[in-house]
Design a protein around this ligand. Sequence first.
Ligand code: ADP
Length: 505
Amino acid sequence: MTEELPRVLIVDDEPGMREGVSRLLKNRGFETGTAEDGNAALECLKQMQYPIVLVDLKMPGMDGFEFLERTQAFERKIICIIVSAFATIESAVQTTKMGAFDFVVKPFTPDDLMLVVNRAVEKWRLSRETARLRAERDAHLLQLATEKSRLRTIMQSMADGLLVVNIDGHVVLDNTAARRLLGRVDASCVSVPIETLIPNEEIYHEIQRLLDARDDTLFFLEWEPDNAEVAGIPMALRVKLASIKDESGRFLGVVVLLSDISEPKQYERMKTRFISMVAHEIRSPIGAVESYLNLFEDGIYLDNPERVREIARRCLDRTTALLALVEDLLEITRRDGPSRKKNIEKIDVAALLRDLVEFHRPSATERGIPMETEVAGERHVIDADPGDIERLIGNLISNAIKYNIDSGKVFIRLEGASDCIRLEVRDTGIGMTPEETKRLGEEFYRVKNSKTRAITGTGLGLSLVKKIVASYKGSLEIDSASGEGSSFRVSIPVRSKIPAAETRK
Ligand code: ADP
């Protein structure tokens, strides 16, 4: 493959000279252009690129000196070869100072000219190669800078914390998430020994092991920071460790990935607590029923029908309570599920309340607790699911009795307003502290003290009440004072604002 040659412009006022040189160069593979003076040459340079220009020094109009001066200011450098019959050493020195590449004296032989032209071609090739290398290096630098900034952006946007630990066990790189998860929002982890950041012996031991063994093993460990609650640090973190090696397999350090697993951890704990609570709640009534059934199996009391009936009633009470628990559990899972549909009807809340009070009266009377009911206002009809309203009122009444003192009191007030109904269930029972009151409605939350120890329950009732009220965009207010009693006030809009999807067609 022949090498590429630069285009050459010949600037001379003598036509014979222009054509002669042009022919000579064309014969040697050059592409050429011609101009009769400096102005015409500048015009040619505007139209086309001529890396090499052969320019006569003496020309009418713009001479070689001026042309040289003008072209030296160009951004794209032109290699100028001065050609002149009037050459003197001074003008040669002057044009070289002005930036001319070389000088040819007229008359010249083709070889004289080609010697200079070939050197100019060499210089053109060299500067072209230099420019190519510079462009390549700039592109590479740009690519590196872009990749670096892209990597940094990705690292900083990660939800997981990232620490890179060098072979001395010091952090050399961190990201925002790592600082947040380690409770060092404003302080970099860089240069800090890893055991200071993760003061967990097992993890530190594994990091040390990786640093010593320099193998490829991946580790997953869980860490529950001691200071989690104080500093807002996650309750539990999953720590992943992996070795870092370069392309040639050289060990560079360890990467530590930190993920916040507080939520699944909390869920897991709640589930365990829930299962143990359900098992506990179910065990005692089933145990009681089993003992009674054993008595029957042994034939005891068969001659005492009155006693049999009494025992059967106790068994029924226990199984009824068990069914209520199972119902609550099912209801909670149903409400949290996606397919819960409401059966919206017009409900007379005053009538429903009357029925519910009568339903609970025997258990209240048993403990010497009178129940006083007041119904104010004209209309107490609302659009709602009867199951929801029954569960809501039933839970509040049953709690007012359960958490009351013997011979305490329960007041219930229902008021029908134009836009909503308001229900207050007040008791003179054991009450709660402000901290306990604040936690009401959390699933499975039960106040634990000497007064509540003997009272059975699931800790699901108020959580259901809260969910029901929220589903009607109503409100629930609770006031309570330890040792004095509690008041639960609910307000439910008369017109259901439940979205169509939740309303049964
Ligand atoms: P359960 O009664 O099944 O335990 P709830 O969700 O209905 O569950 O109530 C949660 C806790 O709130 C109860 O365990 C009890 O400690 C407290 N509580 C509820 N109602 C009252 C009340 N009227 N007076 C005092 N404490 C109450």
